[in-house]
Design a protein around this ligand. Sequence first.
Ligand code: SF4
Length: 230
Amino acid sequence: METITRIPFELDVKTLMARVHVVPGSDDEAAFTALVDQARAIANPRAVYRECFIEAKGVDAVTIEGITFTSRTLRKNLEKPERVFAYVATCGHELDEIPLPAGDMLMEFWRDTIKTVLLFAATQHLNRQIDRRYRLAKTASMSPGSGDADTWPIQEQAALFALLGGRDEVRKQSGVTLTESFLMIPNKTVSGLRFPVDKDFRSCQVCHRVECPSRSAPFDKTLWEMMQHE
Ligand code: SF4
């Protein structure tokens, strides 16, 4: 498993203030700037990944290095590829260690926003490294638990972490804990399988959720129907 640390990131106070609607010159500006300064000093976004080879493909399952994943959408996306890249990328646990006033929801929101920026830096860096190192032209990714509940059930996080060497190893290398309910801590962490594609694919295209603030592509009925058939 490869571990990436010292991922570069930018925490620009003015940009972040606009994002969280802190008005320049307001009482909140000093507190927010102090939080960003603290974050900048301790943040350590990280990522781990591993090149893995596909061993078998069934109707709605795929076996990768002895571990079987069940998802028809994943299986469809892996029609051509012979290998995938299992990954975890995270904002890092450091910001959770900044003591905030108990019950201060606004400061929690600020911290979460900064963590989102760090996670974005980690995923971008990870994707660039995989694409460059393995000379991949176009890639897409799927994550257990994203999209419709049955697209790729969140319980398969356990298998994904096993593919990466197990929960303890992932925790040791990245600081990310997978809980018994398959959530990842820190909260701003993503995991999944990345793979080469001919055409762009995003889980949002086959997700029925309406009014999702994180939607990155419109629902594509034709694609969704295609994913349902054998
Ligand atoms: S629409 Fe929202 S819930 Fe559905 S896959 Fe996209 S980000 Fe996830």
